[in-house]
Design a protein around this ligand. Structure first.
Ligand SMILES: Nc1nc2c(ncn2[C@@H]2O[C@H](COP(=O)(O)OP(=O)(O)OP(=O)(O)O)[C@@H](O)[C@H]2O)c(=O)[nH]1
Ligand SMILES: C[S@@+](CC[C@H](N)C(=O)[O-])C[C@H]1O[C@@H](n2cnc3c(N)ncnc32)[C@H](O)[C@@H]1O
Ligand code: SF4
Ligand code: SF4
Length: 338
C-alpha cells in the first residue's frame, strides 16, 4: 500500500516541522550500561507492548503526516523478536519515496546475524554505540557486553554495505583519554564518530555528576592535537560536525547540556507501548495505544497525534550539578531510546 502524503505536516507551536520519528521497539536489552540502567532493571510485561503490526501502523500514520526519517531504537532494537519483519514491512515506504531514511541505533551485539537482511530491506546506515576500545573497560561500562562480538558486528555491517557511525557517551575518568584513539579507529575504517554528553534520565546505580564531561572541554583538548574545521553538514539529527584535517574523517558533538540544539528540533519519540514523548527531556506524553486500538481507521490516532504535537515543549530542562537532585526525567533512556 502506498501512502498519500496529502495530509498536513506536523508543525509544533514553535513552528518546527516534525520530520523525524524515533521508535523504541523494546525496552529490553542484552547489555546493562551503567549510565543507562541499573543492573536489576525491571522490564515491561510482554502484554503491554504494541505488536509489530501495531508498530507498523503507528509509524505509517506518522509517515502519512510527513515524517521522512525513521530510526528504530530501544532498549536494544535487535533483541525484539521478528524485528526484521517490521523492517521489511516499513521498507515499502522507502520504495514509494514517502520515507527517505529507515535506520537503527544499536549496541551492535546482534549485527552479525542481521546486517545483510537490514541492507536488503533498504537500511543504508546504522549507528552503533561504542564507548571504549578496551575490552575490559567495555565489560565494565556495559556490564554484560562482549567487546569482540560488537567488533564482529560492526565488521559484518560494513561488509553488508551499511555505513556505520559510532556513538560514544563521553564520560569523565572513563574514556576521556581514549577519544583520540577512538577517532583514529573510526576514521581508519571510514566511520564517523559522534560524542554525546551524558543526560540525567532515569535512576542509575551511580552518581552522574562524577561521569559528566562537558564536550566544550573535550573539544578544547582535541584542538591541541588536531585541526578541527566546522562543517555545515546536517544528518537530521542533533549532532554538529567537524572535520579532523589529520584523518579526513568527521567527528560529531551532541551537546544537550553545553549547547542547546532544541530550537531546531524536528523529532518526537514513540515507545514500544505506544506512548508519544514530545521531548526527550520532558515528562509530558500522550497515549497513542488507545486511539490506535479503538478503531481500524486512523482518524482517532491522527487526532491524538495532532493534539500531542500541539503541546510539544520548547526544550529540555536538563541540569547536572552537585545538589543531588533527582534526574530531570524519571524514565530511563532505554524507554525512549535516546
Ligand atoms: N537531548 C536530545 N538528545 C538527543 C536527541 N536526539 C538524539 N539525542 C542523543 O543523541 C544520541 C545519538 O543519537 P542517534 O541515535 O545516533 O541519532 P541521531 O544523532 O539523530 O542520528 P544521525 O541521524 O546519525 O544524526 C541519542 O541516543 C541521544 O542520546 C534529542 O532530540 N534531544
Ligand atoms: C538508549 S540506547 C538504545 C539503542 C541501543 N541499545 C544502543 O545502545 O545503541 C541509545 C543511545 O543512548 C545513549 N544513552 C543511554 N543513556 C544515556 C544517558 N543517560 N545520557 C546520554 N546518552 C545515553 C547510549 O549510549 C546510546 O548511544
Ligand atoms: S545504552 Fe543501549 S545497550 Fe546500553 S543498556 Fe542502554 S539500551 Fe542497552
Ligand atoms: S531535548 Fe527535546 S526539544 Fe530539545 S532537541 Fe531533544 S527532543 Fe527536541
Amino acid at each position: 500500500m502506498t501512502l498519500t502524503t496529502t495530509q498536513p505536516s506536523l508543525i509544533d507551536p514553535f513552528g518546527r516541522t516534525i520530520s523525524y520519528l524515533r521508535v523504541s521497539v523494546t525496552d529490553r536489552c542484552d547489555f546493562r550500561c551503567v549510565y543507562c540502567m541499573a543492573e536489576d532493571m525491571t522490564f515491561l510485561p510482554k502484554r503491554d507492548l504494541l505488536t509489530l503490526e501495531e508498530l507498523d501502523r503507528l509509524c505509517s500514520a506518522f509517515i502519512a503526516r510527513g515524517v521522512k526519517k525513521l530510526r528504530l531504537t530501544g532498549g536494544e532494537p535487535l533483541v525484539r523478536k521478528n524485528l526484521m519483519s517490521l523492517i521489511e514491512g516499513l521498507s515499502r515506504h522507502l520504495m514509494s519515496g514517502d520515507l527517505e531514511e529507515l535506520t537503527l541505533t544499536t549496541n551492535g551485539s546482534q549485527l552479525r546475524q542481521h546486517a545483510q537482511a537490514l541492507y536488503q530491506h533498504g537500511v543504508r546506515r546504522v549507528n552503533v554505540s561504542l564507548d571504549t576500545l578496551d575490552a575490559d573497560k567495555f565489560k565494565a561500562i556495559t556490564r554484560w557486553g562482549d567487546f569482540d562480538r560488537v567488533m564482529d558486528g560492526i565488521q559484518a555491517a560494513q561488509d553488508a554495505g551499511l555505513k556505520v557511525k559510532l556513538n560514544a557517551v563521553a564520560l569523565r575518568g572513563f574514556n576521556e583519554d581514549e577519544i583520540p584513539s577512538m577517532i583514529a579507529f573510526a576514521h581508519e575504517r571510514d566511520m564517523d564518530l559522534t560524542l554525546i554528553e551524558t543526560m540525567p534520565l532515569g535512576d542509575i546505580d551511580g552518581d552522574r555528576t562524577d561521569q559528566y564531561l562537558p564536550l566544550s572541554q573535550v573539544r578544547k583538548g582535541l584542538e591541541g592535537a588536531f585541526t578541527l574545521t566546522d562543517l555545515p553538514d546536517q544528518t537530521g539529527g542533533p549532532a554538529r560536525y567537524v572535520r579532523i584535517e589529520e584523518t579526513g574523517g568527521r567527528l560529531g558533538f551532541i551537546t544537550p547540556l553545553t549547547h542547546n540544539f532544541c530550537e531546531s528540533c524536528n523529532r518526537v519519540r514513540v515507545t514500544c507501548t505506544g506512548t508519544l514523548y514530545m521531548c526527550l527531556g520532558q515528562d509530558d506524553a500522550a497515549d497513542l495505544r488507545e486511539p490506535l486500538r479503538a478503531s481500524e481507521g486512523d482518524e482517532l490516532l491522527q487526532r491524538a497525534i495532532d493534539e500531542a504535537i500541539g503541546r510539544k515543549p520548547k526544550g529540555h530542562d536538563f541540569v547536572i550539578d552537585r545538589t543531588g537532585q533527582a534526574p530531570a526525567v524519571a524514565r530511563h533512556m532505554s524507554m525512549t531510546g535516546g
